[in-house]
Design a protein around this ligand. Structure first.
Ligand code: ATP
Ligand code: LTN
Length: 322
């Protein structure tokens, strides 16, 4: 079976962008692949985190992945910092990555904009650690949202460069992006991607009332025509969210709302989202109560540790370390 690896940062509240762009796809194709899903806490600390909250968010993220349908019998779930090989390989890959490649990364440019003195070296080097995550496990497929494809491209380039010097050490991975849903935008600022840092999100643990309020106040336009038109960012984004949660196709949705205005559409949209997220929230609460999360994460780390250590040993040996 092909090997899948993907990661998610425990740096805030998991939102429907994460769900529709990544998690839902991971869950749906679990039976088709050999899956490893990683809670990338070392990536989270590239911007400053409150220690107590970070610890909680790591468990919350794990619980939510399970509540969304990640099955710990079918997929491995673990925390990045539990396996030290990730940091060690990241350092080695740094030494094989030209500065120019890293300087091209658009996510760094966006995230560091306007805060020069605060930006850490870690934020700049983030894609080397992500490459290590992927390359340690001979990954074939990396299912991600659109914002991460450039990072996976970089992991490919690093793997090829290393292999061209030392022979076939790393498998060259491929990003897989599921459309629609690959780029869910903010509700108030539909020109920006929905993001953990922002207040512009619908969280998977938001209450039904919060979801209704957020959708009711989402930005649209003055056209009042319910059509999938990517030039009208606000309504297009809401329609995409409707499409993904309802399972209806675009034609059916346009027909359904042909005679209706934005207020009616938003009401329907809120209900579709609430109906899908409610069971996730309930399941999350059950999982949290059960005390299973810690055990699942430990078991996950025990499963991947030998794989990661073997690959790291091979790499160290081949470049003459130790
Ligand atoms: P931040 O915006 O704070 O950097 P994030 O929400 O992008 O964080 P990650 O944990 O880094 O969160 O992302 C986990 C997965 O969710 C990745 O595959 C990413 O591409 C995907 N993802 C994140 N935001 C969106 C979005 N708005 N639309 C679709 N997919 C998304
Ligand atoms: N950078 C990713 C999270 C991430 C990841 C990975 C995704 C870290 N390591 C390895 C896929 C494979 C993000 O979503 N921001």
């Amino acid at each position: 079976m092909k090997k899948v690896f993907s990661g998610i940062k425990p740096s805030g509240d998991i939102h429907i962008g994460n769900y529709l762009g990544a998690i839902k796809g991971w869950v749906d194709s679990q039976d088709d692949f050999d899956n490893i899903f990683c809670i990338v806490d070392l990536h989270a600390i590239t911007v400053q985190q409150d220690p107590k909250i970070l610890k909680e968010k790591i468990r919350e993220t794990a619980g939510l992945l399970l509540a969304c349908g990640i099955d710990s019998e079918k997929s491995v779930l673990f925390v990045q910092s539990h396996i030290s090989a990730h940091s060690e390989l990241a350092w080695i890959l740094n030494c094989f990555t030209p500065m120019g490649w890293m300087q091209r990364m658009t996510q760094f440019k966006e995230k560091s904009e306007g805060q020069k003195d605060k930006v850490s070296v870690g934020l700049f080097d983030y894609p080397a650690l992500m490459s290590a995550d992927i390359l340690l496990y001979d990954t074939d497929i990396v299912p991600v949202g659109e914002d991460q494809t450039q990072h996976v491209e970089l992991a490919r380039d690093i793997a090829k460069r290393f292999n061209s010097i030392y022979g076939q050490v790393f498998n060259v991975p491929k990003a897989v992006v599921t459309k629609p849903g690959a780029r869910i935008m903010g509700l108030q600022k539909p020109e920006n991607k929905m993001s953990k840092g922002g207040s512009d999100t619908i969280g998977l643990l938001d209450s039904a009332d919060d979801i209704r309020k957020k959708i009711a106040s989402a930005v649209t336009d003055s056209d009042n025509e319910i059509k999938f038109d990517s030039n009208r960012a606000g309504i297009y984004n809401l329609l995409t969210i409707y499409e993904l949660f309802s399972g209806l196709d675009q034609g059916e949705i346009e027909k359904k709302f042909a005679e209706k205005g934005y207020a009616d559409f938003k009401k329907d949209l809120a209900e579709v989202v609430v109906v899908d997220l409610e069971p996730i929230r309930e399941k999350y609460n059950d999982i949290k109560e059960s005390g299973e999360i810690e055990k699942i994460l430990e078991k996950g780390a025990d499963k991947v540790r030998p794989i990661a250590e073997k690959k790291l040993k091979e790499v160290k040996n081949i470049i003459g370390l130790g």
